[in-house]
Every structure is written in C-alpha cells, then in structure tokens.
Design a protein around this ligand. Structure first.
Ligand SMILES: [Cu+2]
Length: 81
C-alpha cells in the first residue's frame, strides 16, 4: 500500500517469483521507481488514487526503491529463495 506519503510496509520480504503489487491509497499521485543501479530496474508512471503497479521479482536479493515525485518516500523489497 501507498498511504500518507509512505510505502506500507516499508520493507516487504517475499519468496522468489512473487508478484509484488503496490496500490496508491493517497489522493496524491506517486511512483514506484527502483533506486539507481538496481539490478532489477523498474519505474511506474505516476499512479492516481486507486491505481496499482506490479513487479515480479525472480532473483533473490534486496531491492530498494522510492517515489520519484517525493524522494523521501523509500521502500525495500527483500526477495528470498
Ligand atoms: Cu510520492
């Protein structure tokens, strides 16, 4: 979830090949954008209220991301084998 200008949970741990879905519950648009240098680059368009975005993580690792509109919004996906 994206709520109150934050990713909730800020850190999410999933198994390999899980589809992670973000849903924007704020009235403000947000993006889900991988941090520079990520081995799994992804970037959503600005998501309006109620819109969702999916990324499938197929390789174990730790993937950090942020909102490109509000750089203080950060999150981490931990993918375990
Ligand atoms: Cu944002």
């Amino acid at each position: 979830m994206i709520k109150n200008f934050a990713f909730d949970p800020a850190t999410l741990t999933v198994k390999t090949s899980t589809v992670v879905t973000w849903v924007n519950q704020d009235a403000t648009p947000h993006t889900i954008t991988s941090d520079t240098g990520s081995s799994v680059p992804f970037s959503s368009d600005p998501l309006p209220t109620g819109a969702s975005y999916n990324v499938t993580f197929t390789t174990p690792g730790t993937y950090t991301y942020h909102c490109s509109i509000h750089p203080s919004m950060t999150g981490t996906i931990v993918v375990q084998s």
